[in-house]
Design a protein around this ligand. Structure first.
Ligand SMILES: Cc1ncc(COP(=O)(O)O)c(C=O)c1O
Length: 418
């Protein structure tokens, strides 16, 4: 059964907001998703009824907060099908995807990378999965290799053997591109990386919220993503680390809660995962994130992917039938719907995306314009910026129709004043 979108929309109070005297059409989901009332209520309920610090109190509220906090960790481990989650939970709370990647670059990668080793990223990485590796490779005199893309904006797999070889220490790749909607064949890359004993980090910021992602099936070593892009609160990131690495991973932040015993001279570390979470964690947002996971599970991640694929097919069809748009606007990303997410990125020579985005905003339509934190990619595509519309479970065909009507109207406006 398909998800009941009109019912789902009722759970998102912000979707009935009026923006510039128009009904909001929210198509900036790749930046951050909206939050259902269940998540908002959980957050306020926590502060009203449970607020307390975790792991350290003997009183009832602290115990309740700790139980709820740790239950969500289990929930997230199950959500990505992490193995052995009961014996040693491999989920570490961070602030966001960016922090998760930085932590790995400063701990595991810093400890294991040697001169002339190679790290492979792709040409479509978010800055978060590029700059930490640039700095680390410079420091270690290692090589950062950029896996190329083809004219279809997909990874060019003919370079697989050349780029991932016996020098490769880490392959750190985005699963689903935030700026072109390309879904990468990560299984192929992981298999190749394993064959040369390299580790793999998957940037799941744009995939985990939109499709089933199973770390056991993928056999990746690290998976990183952000709660705010999947109906959860801002300020909460997830770092999954595979057991064999997790057992020997050094903590990055030191201080309260992550220690077992401390003297004036030294300290020993707490159990995993607490040894990686120094200081008071983001308790309220973790607990509210549990409601986001419940919400996604109730719909089903396959259904979410299906809905977004249908919206994407609908959008591509409109584009195909609109001669004016076809001639005056370029859509980036794969032609094959199976290889693309609900992220559509456009460029037109007629007007700068910021100007188009402003006209769309006048119509109540929220899209993203800019380089989407992928400046090197924009340069290689030969554009300064793009206009991005990105879908989620609550978007409808009517909204997409309205987006294209307003996008065409805005382009024609600038076309006429040129
Ligand atoms: C693919 C990808 N990676 C990383 C990030 C960084 O996420 P955050 O800002 O939550 O750290 C984003 C955010 O848009 C993204 O789309």
């Amino acid at each position: 059964m398909n998800p009941n979108i009109s019912q789902i929309r009722k759970d998102f109070p912000i979707l009935s907001t009026i923006v510039n005297e128009k009904q909001l059409v929210y198509l900036d989901n790749a930046a951050t998703s909206q939050k259902p009332i269940q998540v908002i209520n959980k957050l306020t309920d926590y502060y009203k009824n449970t607020n307390s610090n975790v792991h350290r109190g003997v009183h009832t509220l602290s115990g309740k907060a700790t139980d709820e906090f740790e239950d969500v960790r289990l929930k997230v481990a199950k959500f990505i099908n992490a193995p052995n989650y009961k014996q040693m939970n491999p989920i570490i709370w961070t602030r966001n995807t960016t922090e998760s990647i930085n932590i790995i670059s400063m701990t595991w990668a810093n400890d294991n990378l040697e001169e002339n080793d190679e790290i492979v990223v792709t040409a479509m990485e978010h800055h978060s999965n590029l700059i930490p590796w640039q700095r680390l490779c410079k420091r270690k005199k290692a090589k950062l290799k950029i896996f190329p893309i083809n004219n279809n904006q997909e990874l060019d797999l003919k370079y697989l053997d050349e780029y991932i070889n016996s020098n490769t220490k880490l392959v750190s790749i985005v699963h689903s591109s935030n700026s072109m909607g390309t879904i990468n064949p990560i299984k192929t890359l992981i298999k190749k990386a394993k064959s040369v004993n390299a580790k793999v980090l998957i940037d799941g910021a744009q995939s985990v919220p939109h499709m089933p992602v199973d770390v056991t099936d993928l056999d990746c070593d690290f998976l990183v993503f952000s709660a705010h892009k999947m109906l959860g609160p801002t300020g909460l990131g997830i770092l999954y680390v595979k057991k064999d690495i997790l057992q020997n991973l050094e903590p990055h932040f030191l201080g309260g809660e992550m220690v077992l015993d401390v003297s004036y001279e030294s300290a020993t570390w707490n159990d995993i995962p607490m040894k990686f979470e120094a200081g008071t964690p983001n308790i309220a947002d973790v607990i509210a994130f549990g409601s986001a996971i419940d919400y996604l599970n109730d719909i089903g991640m396959s259904k979410i992917r299906e809905h977004e694929s249908e919206l994407t097919a609908f959008a591509l069809n409109i584009l195909d039938e609109n001669k004016y748009l076809k001639n005056n606007s370029t859509l980036f990303g794969p032609k094959n719907i199976l290889n693309r997410s609900g992220v559509l990125t456009f460029h037109s020579d007629i007007a700068h995306p910021h100007d188009l985005g402003t006209l769309l905003d006048n119509e109540g339509i929220a899209v993203r314009t800019g380089h989407h934190c992928t400046m090197p990619l924009m340069k290689s595509l030969g554009v300064p910026a793009t206009l991005r519309a990105s879908f989620y479970i609550y978007n409808t065909e009517e909204e997409i129709t309205k987006f294209f009507e307003c996008y065409s109207k805005s382009l024609r406006f600038f076309d006429n004043v040129r």
